[in-house]
Design a protein around this ligand. Structure first.
Ligand SMILES: Nc1ncnc2c1ncn2[C@@H]1O[C@H](COP(=O)(O)OP(=O)(O)OP(=O)(O)O)[C@@H](O)[C@H]1O
Ligand SMILES: [Mg+2]
Length: 333
């Protein structure tokens, strides 16, 4: 593995990081994207069904958590920021559960629209014998129409003093080319940072945003490169950065993340060693922490260090769960 031209991040002064964290509070961050509700059904496996060769679960508990873009907003809120959430729900039972969860997290839901032609995206995980037995996705991934795009943009423009906008794209139909055009135009006029958690199929639409955070798999799909070592990570990161004229942070699971800042050499930030229980939603924590840190004037690599530590806390939690400011502060102390 060639290691030339990759700088390793070496922690310098944790005091500076704590100063940045102190400024997170009340930063106004918009999150636009695919809203989801995660449902967890826990149970005990008692016997095998007589109807089919499948286990019968006796349900012991059910839990709900905001997912997708809603989980990004949850992280903004628990990290001390003011989250404004924009997206689509269906006119159904799960919409109420999601809105209730968002309300208790003090997330502004004024920008959320109901589309009677869609259902609220629901991901149900059934857990027995301490493992996932089944996941069911209820979704309708058609792109939203012009009227919804216009209304989302109008709602977004109603919020004053935004310091960053996060596009949380899970390719469930909320993020369209026109919506992105409108967001970029608004952000440019008002000098607002735009961060995209991307999906490969919408690659070209992200051109010119401040920062994009593909994971390894997404980077591989975007570039067509076989990403198997640091050399290929570096090539892929540089290619995406040059193609889209944006800064790139490539997240790389248990090896941490790579920062490709315009005009600078790439930097590797190793994952923080800790017990790993569940990596779902780690990417959501990353974009939320990045948006807040950048809004506080942190440089890209310092923001990345903060988001990497926040994601390290997330993977120690089970299920979709946001990271709290106190936990983050403790990690730096
Ligand atoms: N196994 C792990 N050990 C330590 N840190 C991890 C691990 N997995 C993920 N992380 C942290 O989480 C960050 C994001 O993880 P990853 O690259 O898997 O993103 P992702 O695939 O977009 O996640 P998701 O889409 O599930 O939210 C990593 O950059 C790293 O900081
Ligand atoms: Mg992701």
């Amino acid at each position: 593995m060639k290691k030339d031209n990759i700088l390793r991040f070496t922690p310098n002064n944790s005091h500076n990081f704590l100063e940045i964290l102190k400024r997170f509070s009340n930063k106004k961050i918009a999150v636009i994207g695919d809203l989801m509700l995660d449902k967890y059904v826990y149970g005990e496996v008692e016997r095998i069904s007589q109807e089919a060769p499948i286990p019968i679960i006796r349900v012991t508990d059910e839990k709900y958590a905001p997912g997708g873009a809603a989980n990004v907003a949850a992280n903004i809120s628990t990290l001390g920021g003011d989250a404004f959430l924009f997206g689509i729900v269906g006119n159904d039972y799960y919409k109420d559960i999601l809105l209730d969860k968002l309300y208790s997290l003090e997330i502004s839901t004024d920008g959320i629209l109901t589309n009677t032609k869609k259902n609220t995206v629901l991901k149900t995980r059934i857990i027995g014998l301490e493992q996932q037995l089944l996941r069911m996705d209820k979704e309708n991934i058609e792109y939203i129409g012009d009227q919804f795009v216009e209304k989302l943009l109008t709602n977004l423009k109603d919020v004053d003093d935004l310091s960053a906008i996060i596009i949380s794209d899970y390719a469930k139909g909320t993020i369209t080319e026109d919506l992105l055009k409108g967001v970029k135009e608004f952000a440019q006029k008002n000098n607002i940072t735009v961060i995209v958690d991307p999906k490969p199929k919408h690659y070209a639409w992200y051109k010119g945003v401040t920062l994009i955070t593909p994971n390894r798999n997404e980077s591989q799909k975007i570039t067509g490169f076989n990403i198997e070592n640091e050399d290929s990570i570096k090539k892929a990161g540089k290619k995406i950065q040059e193609d889209l004229n944006s800064n790139i942070i490539m997240t790389a699971g248990n090896i941490g993340m790579y920062v490709f800042e315009k005009g600078k050499e790439p930097i590797h930030i190793p994952a923080v060693a800790r017990e790993v229980y569940d990596v779902t939603g780690a990417g959501d924590t990353v974009v939320a922490a990045l948006a807040l840190a950048l809004s506080c004037g942190a440089g890209l690599s310092d923001a990345a260090v903060i988001s990497n530590i926040a994601a390290g806390i997330k993977v120690g939690k089970v299920g979709t769960a946001p990271v709290h400011m106190e936990e983050l502060q403790k990690s730096f102390e």
